[in-house]
Design a protein around this ligand. Structure first.
Ligand code: ADP
Length: 623
C-alpha cells in the first residue's frame, strides 16, 4: 500500500468527511476528465489511423453492487501517470491548503479542486482501470481513501479509463444511492455536462405500455443505450441559448474554479479571421498568478478538435489572467508549438482577441464599475506591469485601464477622472508613495496639499511610480510627486516669503548640512509642511520610493540611492530652537540635526540609518 503525500492526505481527509453539500459535482468532474482524455487521443488520431475514433463516455449504475462506473476511450494512463496524477493532489491545491489553513473547509475543498478526488465525497472505495495509448499493459489503481492506494497490473482490452465508484451507504442526511438512479444521473448530466462534445451514453430502461386494462396495465421493459447530452459545445450555440448561468457553469467546469467568473464573454468573430470564443475574467487571481510558475493561455480548438491546452500566443502578458477558449476553422490542424509563433492566423486571432478584451474591459469600467474595481484589485498589477514593460511600448493601450486611490474621493479613480477633477490652475497630477494608504495619508507633505484642496493619488504598489515615470503625462498633465524637490503649492507671494526666510536662516541651514555630511545633498526650508517639523525628499531621478524598491530586489547592493534633501518646516516653532542652538551651542545643534534627519527617514518609511548615533543624540538632548 502506498501512502498519499502528507498534505494530500489531510486534504483528502477533509474531502471525505466534508459537509460539502454539493457532492453531486463529482460526476461533472469525472466526465470532464474523461472528455479531456478523449480530446488528447482525438488529436493523436489525426495522424494515427489505428485509433478507434468512435469516442464516447459511458456511464453505468449497478444497484446490486452499489457501484457507479464512468468509462471513456480516451488516452488512458500507464503506471507512472496513474502514480503521478492520482497519488498526489494537484500542486496548486497543496499551496492553497497551506495558505488557507485556517479558513473555511468548504472553501478550501472548492479551491484545490473539485477534481478526481471529489469522488471520495460519495464513494468509500474507488477503482481506476486504465490502459494508455501505445502501451501493452493495463493497470488498476485502487484506494479506500486516506490510508493510501495500490497500483497493480490488470487486464483491459481497449485503450481508455474505467472508474468504478463504490458508493457510500445511505445515511439519514444523504442518499448516496440516488446516484444509481437513471433519472438522477441523466438530470445531472443534462445540468452539468450537456455541452461535452462526446456522447455520454447510459443504458436506460424504458417501460412501454403494451396491453391490459386500466386497472391491470401490461408493460414491456426495454433497455437501450442512449446519449444523454446534446454534445453542442457552448461556443457553438446561438447567442440566445448562451445564458449567464450556462457561461458560468461552463467556466467552473472547464477551468476548475469554484467561484463564478466576474464576467463571461461569448463572441463569434467574422472578418479577417473567423473564430468563436468564450472569454472569462476570473474573480480571484490564482495563487501563483504573480509568479513565474503561472502559465497564461487560451484553449485552442480547430473546428471542434482541441489542439492546445494553453496557447500562450493568443493573449498578451498583461491580460494573462483571462481564461477561455478559441475555436477557429482557419487554423491548420497539424500546427505545432514551433510554427505557432509565426503563424499569421494565430497572430490575427491574437490581435482580435486583445481588441475584444480591451473593449470588454472598457465596457465593464463604464457600465459595471463595481465589478471592474474587483477585477482591478486582483489583476491591476498585471496591467501596471504591462504599462511599464518593454519601455512602455503598450502604455497608450493600457493607460485608461489604470486606477489609483484618490485622497479626495477616498476610492479608486481613473486618470481621466483625476484630470477632470483638477483645480483651476493645477497643471500636474499629484501623487504620493508609500507602503499602504494609511501610511501615505500620514506623510508630512500630504497634510498641506490636502488642506489646500488638492487631490492626490496614492501609490502603494512598488511599480506605481515606475508606471508614472514611463507614462510621463496623461492628457498633457505631467505626473508630480509631492516628495519631489520642486513640488510647491505656494502662490507667488508665498514663494517670495519663503525665499526671504531661506535667506534669513541660510547660515544655520548650511551648518546643519555640514553636520549631516553626505547623508543629504541639501538642507532647506519648506512651506509644504503643516504640523510636521521635517521631511525628506528626493532631488534626482531616483525617488525615495524607488530606492526602497531597488533595495528590495534580489541581489540588491544598496548602491542605487535617492539624492535626499532634508526639509525643515518654515512655520514650525522648532526653527527657533535650532536657531538658538546654532548661536550658542554648536554641539547641541549637531545632535538636533541627527535626530531630525533620522525622524525624517522614519516618516518616509526608511529604516534608521545610524541607530547608535540617533539614540545617543536623543539621550543627550533629553538628559
Ligand atoms: P485536474 O483534472 O484538475 O488536473 P484531477 O485530479 O481531476 O485534476 O486529475 C488529475 C489528472 O489525472 C488529470 O490532469 C489527468 O492527467 C489525469 N486523469 C484523470 N482522469 C483521467 C481519465 N479519465 N483519463 C486519462 N487521464 C485522466
Amino acid at each position: 500500500m502506498k501512502q498519499f503525500k502528507t498534505e494530500s492526505k489531510r486534504i483528502l481527509d477533509l474531502m471525505i468527511n466534508s459537509i460539502y453539500t454539493n457532492k453531486e459535482i463529482f460526476l461533472r468532474e469525472l466526465i470532464s476528465n474523461a472528455s479531456d482524455a478523449i480530446d488528447k487521443l482525438k488529436f493523436i488520431s489525426l495522424t494515427d489511423n489505428g485509433v478507434n475514433i468512435d469516442f464516447k463516455i459511458f456511464i453505468k449504475a449497478n444497484k446490486t453492487d452499489r457501484t457507479l462506473t464512468i468509462e471513456d476511450n480516451g488516452i488512458g494512463m500507464d503506471e507512472a501517470t496513474l502514480e503521478k496524477n492520482l497519488g498526489t493532489i494537484a500542486e496548486s491545491g497543496t499551496l492553497a491548503f497551506k495558505k488557507e489553513n485556517q479558513g473555511e473547509e468548504n472553501e478550501l475543498i472548492g479551491q484545490f479542486g473539485v477534481g478526481f478526488y471529489s469522488a471520495f465525497m460519495v464513494a468509500d472505495k474507488i477503482e481506476v482501470f486504465s490502459k494508455a495509448y501505445g502501451k501493452e499493459d493495463a493497470f488498476k489503481w485502487e484506494s479506500k481513501g486516506v490510508e493510501g492506494y495500490q497500483i497493480s497490473k490488470t487486464e483491459k482490452k481497449d485503450v481508455g479509463t474505467k472508474i468504478v465508484l463504490w458508493l457510500k451507504e445511505d445515511t439519514e442526511d444523504y442518499k448516496y444511492s440516488d446516484f444509481l438512479e437513471q433519472y438522477k444521473l441523466s438530470a445531472l448530466i443534462k445540468q452539468y455536462s450537456d455541452y461535452i462534445r462526446y456522447p455520454i451514453n447510459m443504458e436506460m430502461s424504458r417501460r412501454r405500455l403494451i396491453d391490459g386494462t386500466e386497472e391491470n396495465p401490461q408493460y414491456e421493459e426495454s433497455v437501450s443505450e442512449e446519449t444523454l447530452n446534446s454534445m453542442v459545445p457552448l461556443w457553438k450555440k446561438t447567442k440566445s441559448e448562451v445564458t449567464k448561468e450556462s457561461l458560468n457553469e461552463f467556466y467552473k467546469n472547464e477551468f476548475h474554479d469554484y467561484m463564478d467568473a466576474l464576467k463571461g464573454i461569448y463572441a463569434k468573430i467574422e472578418g479577417a479571421v473567423t473564430y468563436d470564443t468564450l472569454l472569462f475574467f476570473p474573480s480571484k487571481a490564482p495563487i501563483d498568478y504573480y509568479s513565474k510558475d503561472y502559465k497564461k493561455g487560451l484553449k485552442l480548438y480547430c473546428n471542434g478538435v482541441m489542439i492546445m491546452e494553453k496557447c500562450e500566443e493568443l493573449i498578451p502578458d498583461y491580460f494573462g489572467f483571462v481564461r477561455g477558449i478559441v475555436d477557429s476553422a482557419d487554423l491548420s490542424l497539424n500546427i505545432s508549438r514551433e510554427i505557432l509563433q509565426q503563424d499569421r492566423q494565430v497572430k490575427a486571432i491574437a490581435n482580435s482577441i486583445e481588441k475584444k478584451i480591451s473593449s470588454e474591459l472598457k465596457k465593464l469600467m463604464e457600465e459595471e464599475r463595481e465589478i471592474y474595481e474587483k477585477l482591478f484589485a486582483e489583476f491591476g498589477l498585471s496591467i501596471k506591469f504591462g504599462v511599464y514593460a518593454g519601455f512602455g511600448m503598450n502604455k497608450d493601450k493600457l493607460k485608461d485601464f489604470l486606477m489609483f486611490y484618490s485622497s479626495r474621493k477616498e476610492k479608486l479613480v481613473t486618470l481621466k477622472e483625476y484630470v477632470e477633477g483638477m483645480q483651476e490652475g493645477q497643471e500636474e497630477i499629484y501623487y504620493a508613495c508609500g507602503e499602504n494608504y494609511q501610511k501615505i495619508a500620514k506623510l508630512p507633505q500630504i497634510e498641506k496639499a490636502k488642506e489646500k484642496g488638492y487631490e492626490i493619488l496614492y501609490f502603494k504598489d512598488g511599480v506605481d511610480e515606475f508606471v508614472a515615470k514611463i507614462l510621463i503625462d496623461y492628457e498633457g498633465k505631467k505626473f508630480k510627486s509631492v516628495a519631489e524637490s520642486d513640488f510647491s503649492l505656494d502662490t507667488e507671494e508665498e514663494k517670495t516669503q519663503l525665499d526671504q526666510k531661506r535667506e534669513e536662516y541660510k547660515d544655520m541651514l548650511s551648518a546643519i548640512k555640514e553636520d549631516l555630511g553626505d547623508k543629504v545633498k541639501e538642507v532647506r526650508l519648506t512651506s509644504n509642511l503643516k504640523t510636521y517639523p521635517v521631511c525628506l525628499i528626493a532631488s534626482g531621478d531616483v525617488s525615495i520610493e524607488m530606492e526602497k524598491v531597488f533595495a528590495s530586489m534580489p541581489n540588491a547592493d544598496g548602491r542605487i540611492k535617492a539624492d535626499k534633501i532634508l526639509e525643515i518646516s518654515a512655520t514650525h516653532s522648532i526653527l527657533k530652537t535650532l536657531e538658538e542652538a546654532y548661536k550658542s551651542d554648536r554641539e547641541r545643534l549637531k545632535k538636533y540635526s541627527v535626530v531630525l534627519y533620522e525622524q525624517a527617514r522614519i516618516l518616509e518609511g526608511l529604516a534608521i540609518e545610524n541607530t547608535e548615533e540617533f539614540v545617543n543624540s536623543l539621550t543627550d538632548i533629553i538628559k
